[in-house]
Ligand binder design. Structure first.
Ligand code: OGA
Ligand code: NI
Length: 354
């Protein structure tokens, strides 16, 4: 593996440092992605992604709630991606976590390197690209990934980070838990099925801050190539700069950021648990040549030692046999995070072929 980048210096520079090098007018060839001919992109005004009104999902009115659960199920089945509004997380807190992340990326290169993880399961991991030690083409992205639950971790710089991250993560985890309760119900399972079976009390929650600096040749580079997320449910916010694209019916659709909402998507482990009824969806982040884009993705997963398999109730004998092998979440995570990013190839590896 070590010989993948013979021309790179021992320490990879961040994309931020690269983007800020004086007079940079083209990107190094290592950042050039092959063009896909079928990559026509549509805007979400033509194909609009569903919206979940969170206040209806938590409504004491049972009719209102069951309607919201039904709509949630439809959104999971049709898109696997949806906007969440009226979620109760303060807008000022959402802005604060984005600004605290920006401040982290503004630390010196040396300071940031102090947070480089050695292993994919290290609770704090700063880095560039996706997995720079195996990526053949580098992504136009720097990142900071921090485990927030079951144990809370935080870098000690910038000083504001810890308190903001702790509050943000706690609030977002509540939203995720409620949505997962609705997902359980929409699948015809008990509302606490996911919570109990996958031990969400000790579930993994990761704060993944992504930095996409302006790129002089945005059409040649890629911020985050097509992938699906591990875990159950990811909730994402961004600094009002677009770049996220979602695959829907074989087409890429650009998602415009709506202020004060979350973008939610189903992860691979809901696909496994639902025996393929709700599919995790391919998405990617493209870059631009004007603005710094920051996004905060928060995947919520099972407990690391939970074994995930299709829910028995959703498996019906010969008509609908289990389509995925049972696998420990931790093993899946290690496999996905230490491999080269390649669409849904990790999920394919637990799929059973009949
Ligand atoms: C992710 C992700 C997209 C974005 O972090 O998993 O898909 O818009 N990010 O940054
Ligand atoms: Ni993602």
């Amino acid at each position: 593996m070590a010989a993948t980048h013979p021309s790179l210096p021992h320490k990879l520079t961040s994309v931020k440092a690269l983007a800020e090098s004086p007079g940079l007018s083209s990107i190094p060839s290592l950042y050039t992605f092959p063009k896909h001919t079928n990559d026509e992109v549509f805007s979400d005004t033509e194909e609009s992604i569903p919206t979940l009104d969170f206040s209806l999902l938590t409504s004491p009115d049972t009719d209102e709630r069951s309607k919201a659960v039904q709509e949630l199920g439809k959104a999971c089945q049709d898109w696997g991606f949806f906007m969440v509004t009226n979620h109760g997380v303060r807008e000022s807190l959402m802005k604060a976590i984005i600004e605290a992340s920006r401040e982290f990326f503004e630390l010196t290169e040396e300071e940031k390197r102090g947070f480089e993880g050695k292993h994919v399961l290290d609770p704090i991991r700063y880095g560039t690209s996706f997995n720079a030690s195996v990526d053949k083409i580098l992504c136009w992205r720097d990142y900071l990934k921090i485990f927030q639950h079951p144990q809370f971790h935080s870098p000690n710089k910038p000083p504001v980070f810890r308190e903001i991250a702790a509050e943000y993560s706690k609030k977002v985890r509540q939203v995720a838990k409620e949505i997962l309760r609705g997902v359980s119900e929409s699948l015809g399972l008990e509302d606490n099925y996911i919570d109990k079976t996958l031990n969400l009390e000790h579930g993994l929650q990761v704060l993944a801050a992504n930095l996409y600096p302006p790129c002089p040749q945005p059409e040649l580079a890629m911020g985050f190539p097509a992938h699906s997320d591990h875990g159950l449910l990811t909730l994402l916010i961004q600094n009002q700069i677009g770049g996220l694209q979602v695959q829907h019916h074989g087409k890429w659709v650009s998602i415009d950021p709506i202020p004060n909402s979350f973008l939610a998507n189903i992860g691979d482990h809901i696909e496994i648990l639902s025996n393929g009824k709700y599919k995790s969806v391919l998405h990617r982040a493209v870059v631009n040549n004007r603005d710094v884009r920051i996004s905060i993705a928060m995947p919520h997963g099972p407990a690391l030692d939970a074994v995930v398999s299709p829910a028995p109730k959703l498996v019906e004998g010969e008509r609908n046999p289990p389509a995925y092998r049972a696998m420990k979440y931790k093993d899946y995570l290690e496999l996905q995070q230490s491999s080269m990013l390649n669409g849904k190839s990790c999920l394919e590896s637990v799929r059973k072929y009949m």
